[in-house]
Design a protein around this ligand. Structure first.
Ligand code: ZN
Length: 518
């Protein structure tokens, strides 16, 4: 209690999970538990030296460890069986070995083997082997995406947070995404980015829609709607990546959104309200498809330029999300999507523009407190994109800031010109990723993605409070109950609990395997 009380109640102690402010020691300022007793400079130097000494420079150095001081020297405490998080990882390995016995095919067996070895040894080579085979494995009906994956919670964007998503392929819904994926090279060739930054042959984008069976760690109770992995750029370039849309999650979100009174409250006109109601759900689905399948997989880094975590540093995450969003936005109103049969008309794309601008400039502000600025990568990205196109289209009145009865609206006057602006910003963000232009990255994010229009934020809060909608949504997971015949599982019954707190307490009671202090 003495240890926890100040952490929970003293706002001055570890007040921010990740503090990305420029000009400070981001490692010291961030509350996240990836570093203890070390400075940013010490960590950067530690990994520079490690890479220098390593025979394999492609490894994701620092992905699975905590950095600490041991006897005055910087050292890694590796997350593995017998290392840090031993109790939890032993259980993970136990269940992976069980999964191994019922794997769908040999490739799946092999990638599980490497994943198990990775947890047992902590060797990053094993994780890379696992990822390569995981990308190649596209036939199985049941799949798992697992490991220390996303690096958003690390101010230096090296440390992965643990997540696991077990899923089943939705064959019917996967057809839409397959139609998009089949055109990957067309999208790359017609992209507004510089020729030198295009991939000559886009390899191995495999995409599918899945039904989530269970999610843990970083993926729950608030979950992504799309996953594109692995994250290692060299694997993506050489072997491609696997994209999955979380179908049942998106369906739930869309159902809630369709009924939301926020559409009426924040839309600039009745025409927009009608369009969003009619096409908003499909527009969101297509946006996620294009973001994951085409966006993240597009573009190339110039030969000899390092990876973005090295070149763009704390701005890499935000700009990567912006880049993927901009690919989706640029093509949202393209007749190509009508031609390949994934949307009935470009009106769907217009609905996406309506939703994106309103969310990026205004409605997402409901998620932060008055006085705060934006920290989270996806939120920074959305504001960056929306406010950049607003600013750059001002002269031609592409997006108009309208005030009616004391309420602010952002009205899109010219959808075609807006598309051109999305294309220009995409070209610039691809350029700075390809060239590793830190200064340009910093200026872009700091000028457009961080600072919040405080009077607008106050207004958004006031308008939302009347609507009584929660700013974030989380999920209570379905419970899979085995029906046993002797010692065999004969069937599985799906239960749908409806008490979030009870589920969290049940998880804590049944599955906690770690000490309070790690
Ligand atoms: Zn993304």
């Amino acid at each position: 209690m003495r240890f926890l009380t100040p952490i929970i109640f003293d706002p001055k102690l570890d007040g921010k999970l990740v503090d990305l402010s420029p000009g400070i020691d981001n490692v010291k300022a961030s509350a996240v538990n990836f570093y203890e007793g070390v400075t940013k400079d010490e960590v950067v130097k530690y990994y520079d030296d490690l890479k220098e000494k390593s025979s394999n420079k492609l490894l994701s150095f620092g992905l699975n460890s905590k950095v600490v001081k041991q006897n005055g020297r910087v050292a890694e405490d590796v997350w593995k069986v017998g290392g840090l998080y031993d109790g939890a990882l032993k259980k993970v390995v136990y269940w992976l070995k069980k999964a191994h016995t019922v794997a769908d095919n040999e490739t799946q067996k092999a990638h599980l083997d490497h994943l198990i070895k990775y947890y047992e040894t902590g060797k990053l080579e094993e994780f890379d082997e696992h990822c390569i085979l995981w990308v190649k494995e596209t036939a199985a009906r049941i799949d798992v995406a697992q490991g220390f994956i996303e690096v958003y919670q690390d101010p230096l964007q090296k440390k992965g947070s643990y997540e696991s998503v077990v899923s089943m392929k939705d064959n019917e819904a996967s057809k839409r995404i397959a139609a998009i994926s089949a055109q990957a090279q067309w999208f790359e060739d017609h992209s507004p980015i510089a020729e030198a930054h295009k991939k000559k042959s886009v390899v191995g984008i495999s995409a599918k829609v899945i039904t989530v069976l269970g999610e843990v760690g970083d993926a729950a109770p608030s979950t992504p709607v799309g996953i594109n992995l692995p994250n290692a750029d060299w694997i993506r370039e050489k072997y491609g990546s696997k994209s999955v849309m979380l179908g049942n999650i998106m369906e739930s979100y869309n159902e809630v959104k369709a009924k939301s009174p926020a559409t009426e409250e924040f839309s600039a006109s009745e025409e927009v309200v009608q369009r969003v109601k009619k096409y908003g759900a499909l527009a969101s689905n297509l946006h996620v498809d294009m973001h994951e399948v085409i966006g993240h997989a597009s573009g190339r880094i110039n030969p000899g330029v390092a990876t973005p975590d090295k070149t763009l540093q704390t701005y890499a995450g935000t700009l990567e999300e912006a880049r993927a969003d901009l690919v989706a936005l640029y093509y949202a109103v393209d007749p190509k999507l009508v031609e390949i049969g994934v949307m009935p008309s470009v009106e769907v794309g217009k609905a996406e523009y309506d939703q994106y601008i309103s969310s990026g400039i205004m409605t997402q502000l409901y998620r932060i407190k008055p006085g705060d600025n934006l920290e989270e990568a996806h939120m920074r990205n959305r504001q960056l994109v929306a406010s950049w196109v607003y600013e750059h289209g001002k002269k031609e009145n592409v997006i108009e800031k309208v005030s009616r009865d004391g309420k602010t609206y952002f009205k899109i006057n010219d959808y075609d010109k807006l598309r051109v602006l999305f294309g220009q910003l995409l070209k610039e963000i691809q350029r700075l990723k390809s060239e590793g232009d830190y200064e340009a990255a910093k200026n872009l994010v700091e000028n457009y993605g961080v600072k919040v229009d405080q009077p607008l934020l106050a207004e958004v809060h006031k308008r939302y409070e009347k609507l009584n909608i929660a700013p974030y949504q989380g999920f209570i997971q379905a419970k899979l109950v085995p029906i046993m015949k002797g010692s065999e599982i004969a069937d599985v019954k799906i239960e749908f609990p409806d008490d979030f707190v009870a589920q969290m307490l049940e998880y804590g009671e049944k599955y906690s395997s770690l000490p309070v202090r790690n």
